[in-house]
Design a protein around this ligand. Structure first.
Ligand SMILES: Cc1cc2nc3c(=O)[nH]c(=O)nc-3n(C[C@H](O)[C@H](O)[C@H](O)COP(=O)(O)OP(=O)(O)OC[C@H]3O[C@@H](n4cnc5c(N)ncnc54)[C@H](O)[C@@H]3O)c2cc1C
Length: 490
């Protein structure tokens, strides 16, 4: 074997996964088609749950440096802010980090952890057998135990694995880009995700939206419903963007200094399976949808944090392949939910006057605390739950809290930098941890006070979700949970 895992693609998903695999002790090689890192950012924002996960890994300070913060979030540009403060979190906001910066920081971290990143080599095919998978990279071959396709929406790995990618064809078409404007921009009730700078054109079923992400530089979008692009894959020219602006807003607003242009649609698809034998999918390779509400990158990074510790444990022989089944059963429903909410948003941002009543009804619903919480939970990722037991906290993200320990105060969020499990016990501290036989994978911490229910014991997975919660004396239950998530006792 050249390594334990080959990751195809050095986007945010592949790089985060590589970091997680390395923390779990898996020797990892990332193969990236591009010779140089991307020069333009698609995503601009990081949702609250992703921020929490970066904090768990001790990476948040790097990401926060120079980053802005957006309060409230945006659902279908309805103008009703989401109340993230309703959740038990220290991060009720969207952190504004350009995707470029995210990739740069994750690549830096991956290299620190010993990951090899090979740029300028594309995964072109693979063959799997009982022992492993042989990955073709165009210029050579790599032999590994597992291959993960993090190679984006057009994933070669997914196609070569014969995994179906089903969903809905586009109905909305948009040109998007970064540029400056010398003229005034319309400041109306823009329907686009970048309101309030925007303009709705109900006659043409189109809208224009723009927001300033650097001094004088706008991310501008012109979107229309109905008429498809003549060629989905043709590069966008400045002339095409200018013509679209004039057609849908009546002016090019003095557009100049264009640095990036791209096409965008609301096509949505979900992989029919997340794993075929020794080959798995994560990120856009497994799900694509309209980037409404800023969720795609977050979904991919969270796939990576769900999969990384499990795959590392299986690849290193600590756990059986059953553990990998939980990756699909936990993450595919989350992606399905995101596909549904973005399809809902695609209808709500369609300026066709037939949807005005629907928009108004949604605005009223979003003003209700329960509905607002439901939508805010989906977009932020705070509501992601992997139900595995009867205790109300089982399967939920462990809320952060300050704990009082014999060694002094400690935050829960500081206990996961090495991506190990954590057993949180109430006092009195036992002479020997009930999970002593898992001490190579699970840390034990006794608290004098703190935690959601002080008399309860919690077994927390490396991704910060509660694997088991209950009476600290129930060693049988605790051992069963430890064996399920961390493998057999040493
Ligand atoms: C305009 C726009 C705005 C967006 N805004 C947001 C936002 O605010 N928030 C958010 O969460 N999401 C947003 N998204 C979505 C987000 O950009 C994607 O979900 C995210 O890039 C997915 O990351 P990924 O690593 O899974 O895939 P990608 O970023 O597509 O990375 C895949 C990588 O694999 C490489 N690759 C491809 N084929 C191969 C191969 N055969 N072998 C090796 N390497 C290969 C590619 O070169 C690339 O580097 C936006 C998307 C768009 C288009």
């Amino acid at each position: 074997m050249d390594c334990d895992v080959v990751v195809a693609g050095a986007g945010p998903t592949g790089l985060m996964l590589a970091c997680e695999l390395a923390l779990g002790g898996a020797r990892t090689v990332v193969v990236e088609r591009r010779k140089e890192p991307e020069k333009h950012s698609k995503a601009m924002g990081m949702q609250g749950r992703t921020v929490e996960l970066l904090e768990l890994r001790g990476l948040l300070d790097r990401f926060k440096e120079g980053a802005g913060v957006l309060q409230g979030g945006n659902f279908a540009s309805l103008g009703v802010p989401m109340r993230f403060e309703e959740f038990d979190t220290r991060h009720p906001y969207v952190l504004l980090v350009p995707q470029l910066r995210t990739e740069e920081l994750l690549a830096e971290r991956a290299v620190e952890l010993g990951v090899r990143i090979v740029r300028g080599a594309a995964v072109t095919g693979f063959a799997q057998d009982e022992e492993g998978v042989t990955v073709e990279t165009g210029t050579g071959r790599l032999r590994a135990r597992y291959l993960v396709g993090c190679d984006g929406g057009g994933s070669t790995v997914r196609r070569r694995a014969g995994i179906g990618f089903t969903g809905q064809d586009p109905q909305m078409y948009a040109l998007i880009g970064d540029m400056r404007f010398s003229g005034d921009l319309p400041r109306g009730e823009g329907l686009g995700p970048m309101r309030p700078v925007g303009l709705v054109n109900p006659e043409r079923r189109s809208w224009f939206g723009a927001f300033q992400h650097q001094p004088g530089v706008y991310r501008a979008t012109v979107a229309w419903f109905g008429e498809p692009f003549p060629d989905r894959h043709a590069p966008v020219t400045e002339e095409e963007m200018r013509a679209a602006l004039i057609e849908h807003t009546g002016s090019d607003h003095g557009m100049h200094d264009v640095t990036w242009l791209s096409r965008l649609t609301d096509v949505s698809r979900l992989a029919e399976a997340y794993r075929r034998g020794r080959v798995l999918l994560a990120g856009d390779a497994a799900h694509i949808h309209l980037p409404a509400g800023g969720q795609g990158l977050n979904l991919g990074v969270q796939d990576a944090v769900n999969l990384g510790w499990k795959l590392a444990a299986v690849a290193r022989g600590r756990c059986t392949e059953d553990l990998l089944d939980s990756y699909q059963s936990e993450r595919r429903p989350v992606a399905d939910g995101v596909v549904r909410n973005t399809r809902t948003q695609a209808v709500l941002i369609d300026p066709d006057p037939r949807y005005d009543a629907l928009r108004q009804t949604f605005r009223e619903l979003m003003a209700l605390p329960d509905t607002n919480r439901h939508i805010a939970g989906m977009l932020s990722g705070f509501d992601v739950t992997y139900r595995t037991g009867d205790h109300p906290l089982t399967g939920r993200r462990m809320p952060d809290a300050e704990l009082l320990t014999a060694e002094g105060p400690r935050r829960i969020s500081d206990c996961f930098t090495r991506a190990r499990g954590l057993l949180l016990l109430p006092e009195p501290a036992p002479a020997v941890s009930p999970l002593a036989a898992w001490a190579d994978r699970v840390d034990t911490l006794t608290t004098k006070a703190g935690g959601p229910e002080p008399a309860t014991a919690y077994l927390i997975r490396p991704d910060g979700y509660v694997a088991w919660a209950g009476d600290p004396a129930r060693h049988d239950e605790l051992h069963h949970a430890a064996a399920t998530w961390f493998g057999a006792a040493a």
